[in-house]
Design a protein around this ligand. Sequence first.
Ligand SMILES: *[C@@H]1O[C@H](CO)[C@@H](O)[C@H](O)[C@H]1NC(C)=O
Ligand SMILES: *[C@@H]1O[C@H](CO)[C@@H](O)[C@H](O)[C@H]1NC(C)=O
Ligand SMILES: *[C@@H]1O[C@H](CO)[C@@H](O)[C@H](O)[C@H]1NC(C)=O
Ligand SMILES: *[C@@H]1O[C@H](CO)[C@@H](O)[C@H](O)[C@H]1NC(C)=O
Ligand SMILES: *[C@@H]1O[C@H](CO)[C@@H](O)[C@H](O)[C@H]1NC(C)=O
Ligand SMILES: *[C@@H]1O[C@H](CO)[C@@H](O)[C@H](O)[C@H]1NC(C)=O
Ligand SMILES: *[C@@H]1O[C@H](CO)[C@@H](O)[C@H](O)[C@H]1NC(C)=O
Length: 516
Amino acid sequence: MKLFLVLLFCVHCTIAGEYDKPCAARQIPGRSVVCVCNETYCDEVVRQPPAPGQYVIYTTSESGLRFNKTVGLFQKYRKGSLKCSTCIGLDPMTRFQRVEGFGGAVTDAAAINWKSLPDVLQKYLVKSYASEYGLEYNMLRVPIGGCDFSTHPYAYNELPVNDTRLTNFTLAPEDNIYKIPLIKSLMTAATAPIHVVGTTWSPPPWMKTNNNFSGFSRLRREFYQTYADYHLKFIEKYEAAGVPVWGITTTNEPINGVFNLAKFNTLGWDIENMGEWIVNNLGPTIRNSTYKDVKIFTGDDQRFTLPFWFNVLLREHPKALEYIYGIGVHFYADRITPASILSAVTISHPDKVILATEASEGSYPWQEKVELGSWTRAVSYITDIIEDMNHNVVGWIDWNMCLNTEGGPNWARNFVDSPIIVNATNKEFLKQPMFYAMGHVSKFVPRDSRRIKLTEHKSFLVSSVKSVAFLTPRSTIVLIMYNKGSARNVGIKCGKKQTLVRLEAKSITTMEFLSD
Ligand SMILES: *[C@@H]1O[C@H](CO)[C@@H](O)[C@H](O)[C@H]1NC(C)=O
Ligand SMILES: *[C@@H]1O[C@H](CO)[C@@H](O)[C@H](O)[C@H]1NC(C)=O
Ligand SMILES: *[C@@H]1O[C@H](CO)[C@@H](O)[C@H](O)[C@H]1NC(C)=O
Ligand SMILES: *[C@@H]1O[C@H](CO)[C@@H](O)[C@H](O)[C@H]1NC(C)=O
Ligand SMILES: *[C@@H]1O[C@H](CO)[C@@H](O)[C@H](O)[C@H]1NC(C)=O
Ligand SMILES: *[C@@H]1O[C@H](CO)[C@@H](O)[C@H](O)[C@H]1NC(C)=O
Ligand SMILES: *[C@@H]1O[C@H](CO)[C@@H](O)[C@H](O)[C@H]1NC(C)=O
């Protein structure tokens, strides 16, 4: 009865979801708001399944709206008669890539910050990211051993040196005390199976030519097989601890160790050598193990490396294609690299996927590390996700799930920002605009959704609405829009359905309706 009334009388109204808990907003001067979670309160949002003829929209804006939920009914607008200076047409019959998922990284830093909170706040944080009351993340990236977001550099089996057979491979206290408990809590809270992707930054120094965690390095030839076994052992140990590993990458940002670009844990790889290692060592080791279905992603470096990395790899070692499931791309040079690079690869190799495996704001030397309440950073996230997805990327994994107020801990002082900032002394955590930017996609675009064709017609006077749309396994259409300018009406047309929706000024909007 209630729903019926809503359908009859509510053409476009707020239904301040009876299940939702609004943001406890703290205004940051000169910026947007952060939503404060403390021991007694944390905001929540529940997805409202759309009824026939209805659409549900969620809005997050610079002015402070956070997942503001409203429902409306489809209503014909006459062409040209209404203020539809922007019209978006959707074609669910023209389908593109299948979605794998969205998530963040369980680094040592993230897990240590999480664990520094009182129990109830640990639960709120997990719920905020994974549950039906939060972002419903379904992917996680986990460093194999340490990375810069650790309190010290380390790897497994550091001793004894030259231990080809890895006789002393055990997980670290960081795994047992921090990372695995966080991952398992997220798995329990999640609404879908969580796909965990493991990545090595640096193996133990004795496997490397420079016998160090950082600096110019290569893998020593006599340890090619050992480094492959190192990955398999990690998979075995995590599986035994109750965390199935879905995929691995072939080393984080391999060009860092070639050009000494980073002060933190790296391993340099020439493409030719990595191809050889994949074909002779890593590929056969994984495929011939109990964990033969673990997906192997290569690349795992900046977008601009992709065509070169992939083309040379295939020219030198075409057999690598048999082992590689896809390519990982990082976010940090996206603004200076055309996204067409991405779709070019998926068009030439339609059986391979591209996954965005790392992104964070505040990483450039001239940037403020933690910029509390930054709307600009939410915009950076949502526009990158929209651009990536429109170029056939199958998922987007954020970097540290939470950091402290300094943007750490990080042993190499390579601090950055995070969607959640933990203030343990104040017994609270702060959900930044970036958190909601992630959620506008992760919560509403489940695994196995398909991107669909979208066309925008607009008068040349107005800025483009950045948008991407999906057909979900729930038989709904999900349209995500970023409006950079002032508030405006946008015409939406999908088959016989048509309506005008209002986009708030400087806002991110997710719209969902039934597909038939
Ligand atoms: C949603 O936004 C409208 C105005 O845009 C406001 O009236 C309403 O209170 C908001 N709802 C919530 C739950 O914040
Ligand atoms: C927790 O947050 C709620 C909502 O903002 C507030 O009413 C309450 O006073 C806060 N509690 C503490 C201990 O700060
Ligand atoms: C095995 O590794 C531990 C650290 O995890 C180290 O303390 C111990 O000395 C190592 N054992 C040998 C035989 O090297
Ligand atoms: C480990 O191997 C390297 C390279 O062969 C050698 O220089 C070094 O002495 C070895 N270390 C030990 C303790 O055997
Ligand atoms: C490892 O390299 C760093 C610089 O990248 C240097 O400061 C440090 O002394 C090196 N450590 C060893 C054991 O060589
Ligand atoms: C796979 O394992 C079997 C038995 O352990 C071994 O005989 C075979 O050579 C392995 N194949 C590869 C490709 O490593
Ligand atoms: C964190 O909490 C401390 C102690 O209450 C407070 O002084 C500080 O301003 C807080 N930091 C942030 C970024 O909110």
